[in-house]
Design a protein around this ligand. Structure first.
Ligand SMILES: [Zn+2]
Length: 253
């Protein structure tokens, strides 16, 4: 009979927002798990419902370990989220390096959030026809953080950088992302096309006059044009509103 150690168990503790993935009666406490067979720490962590993409650091019995660490009887395992804003370089991270210049790829449900990220100047790839496999491929090959509300997508082992959005409202999601990835200092409003992610460049009114509604041409002097899709932007009535909104975001983050 091969039952290994019937009483073998390990103790897990999840820190900070990793607790969002746990049922409320398991949050912020030490969780005991029976070990029926030796397993990699990554699989055990995911069995709690926590996607590996959200994890930056695993400490087993006081030492940092990687995802392949085999959990043994009596192990005490502390699991920490991705720290984009904390310096933990002296510890071994579970991935080669953090993404300091965040670029994003978003799943099909996040069109509005995509536009908002672009409005702040962030590089955000989106298509309303992306399949899961496309999203994973783009995230990996282009080193983009995969944003989604689908935990299952983040559990695919190829994904190294991903984030599960807690909020459902797109404006709140934007604030969540700004805080989570420490984006405030990198905001460059109105430098990127909200429609296609292309860069904007200043153009003279004369260059684009034929494309403008007559009243717009009359009222405005400054214009920017997308270098990819030629869409034209000017500081209309929505501009002041967006700017106030950006200021709020900067203050709250
Ligand atoms: Zn464009």
């Amino acid at each position: 009979m091969d039952v290994g150690l019937p009483s073998a168990r390990a103790y897990f503790r999840f820190y900070a927002e990793l607790n969002d993935h746990l049922p409320s009666n398991e949050q912020y406490q030490t969780l005991e798990r029976m070990l029926s067979a030796p397993g990699a720490v990554k699989d055990m962590i995911e069995s709690f419902g926590v996607p590996h993409t959200e994890i930056e650091l695993i400490i087993a019995n006081g030492h940092s370990v990687d995802f392949s660490h085999l959990v043994r009887d009596g192990d005490r395992i502390a699991v920490y989220p991705v720290f984009e804003s904390l310096d933990i370089t002296s510890e071994l991270r579970v991935r080669p390096q953090a993404l300091r210049d965040p670029k994003f790829v978003l799943d099909v449900h996040l069109g509005k959030l995509t536009a908002y990220l672009r409005m702040l100047g962030f590089d955000a790839v989106y298509s309303n026809s992306s399949r899961d496999a496309d999203l994973v491929r783009i995230s990996v090959t282009d080193r983009r953080i995969l944003l989604t509300r689908d935990r299952g997508l983040l559990k695919q082992s190829a994904v190294t950088h991903g984030y599960w959005l807690r909020q459902t409202d797109s404006r709140r999601q934007l604030a969540e992302i700004a805080r989570r990835f420490d984006l405030v200092g990198a905001i460059r409003p109105f430098t990127r096309c909200m429609a296609c992610n292309g860069r904007l460049q200043s153009v003279l009114k004369e260059q684009v006059r034929s494309l403008l509604p007559p009243r717009t041409a009359e009222l405005h002097e400054e214009f920017q044009q997308c270098t990819q899709c030629d869409r034209i932007y000017w500081k209309g009535s929505h501009y002041a509103r967006m700017q106030r909104w950006i200021e709020e975001l900067t203050r709250s983050a």
